[in-house]
Design a protein around this ligand. Sequence first.
Ligand SMILES: *[C@@H]1O[C@H](CO)[C@@H](O)[C@H](O)[C@H]1NC(C)=O
Ligand SMILES: *[C@@H]1O[C@H](CO)[C@@H](O)[C@H](O)[C@H]1NC(C)=O
Ligand SMILES: *[C@@H]1O[C@H](CO)[C@@H](O)[C@H](O)[C@H]1NC(C)=O
Ligand SMILES: *[C@@H]1O[C@H](CO)[C@@H](O)[C@H](O)[C@H]1NC(C)=O
Length: 285
Amino acid sequence: MKLFVFLFLPFLCYAQQHSSYDGTTGVIYSPNYPGDYPNSADYIYTITVPTGNFIHLTFFDFLTEDSYDYMTVENYTLSGDQTGFAIDIQASQATLTFKSDLTTTYRGFAIQYDQVPVGSVFMPSDQCSNWSLTSTYGIVTSPNYPENYPDNMSCGVTIEVENGHLISLQFLAFQTEDSYDIVTVYDADNNDDSKVLGTFSGKAVPQTLTSTGNTMRIQFSSDLVKNFSGFSALYTSFVSNDFKRGVLPQTYTTDSILKRENQKLLDWLKKKAGSNTVINTIGSN
Ligand SMILES: *[C@@H]1O[C@H](CO)[C@@H](O)[C@H](O)[C@H]1NC(C)=O
Ligand SMILES: *[C@@H]1O[C@H](CO)[C@@H](O)[C@H](O)[C@H]1NC(C)=O
Ligand SMILES: *[C@@H]1O[C@H](CO)[C@@H](O)[C@H](O)[C@H]1NC(C)=O
Ligand SMILES: *[C@@H]1O[C@H](CO)[C@@H](O)[C@H](O)[C@H]1NC(C)=O
């Protein structure tokens, strides 16, 4: 007698998601960004630029579960903290794939692509004007990032979100000349010295900062010598009344790094909101 054993593997079939990008430049965000990406993600991103051009990729943000949740592009497999990675794809089409496993998720990625004419070299923006941002979330970097910032410069960005919203700024990577090349964050739309939230230089990644109003200004200045890669930072905005009621913004509730780092903020909120306030989904992972 023969015994046949049929083994059914508990296969979880998730459909592969496919997105296409074209145009001279754009940003590819992981699903749910700036909140955490889902488990069992399976994504393909195709970038196509006109023939006669190649593609440059800049990783303004990249954070996944090291070794388990990964992106492949060309001959690279990227996992863990890869903020600041940059690559030229010598073709008019590039394919990026992203896969996550069954447990543990992180913030994911914000990757900029740029179309570059064959025969020329990609020049990152070294725009050092004073510019402003108004979208609900976005990335702020030093000029040229992740290439070195210029010497002898001073420039700033003002973030202004909807009235009644607050801004939270999370540094993703940070490297400047200690004591001389300085990032100053203001709780205002100008360089008001009475409203400094923090002054940073050196190699330590600053803590997350939160504004008390709907504006924030980030000023960066370098001296005449020594330059480093600078910084990349993610800002997000959220409703200030929710915050006061003890409901944390999406990034705080879904971003596993913030969850760990902002225990102090959470304790403060609990105290302020009273013990019977439910803090939105915090720690539910
Ligand atoms: C990928 O290929 C390029 C060009 O052949 C090479 O320079 C680079 O070191 C390779 N990278 C990895 C991670 O293998
Ligand atoms: C940007 O603004 C700051 C402060 O007002 C100023 O010092 C700096 O020169 C300005 N930079 C440019 C490029 O306009
Ligand atoms: C960075 O510093 C080096 C010398 O340390 C200098 O040669 C170079 O021009 C500087 N880069 C920029 C973009 O200013
Ligand atoms: C530094 O920048 C200022 C303002 O742009 C300029 O006037 C000055 O000549 C620069 N100094 C050097 C040494 O490049």
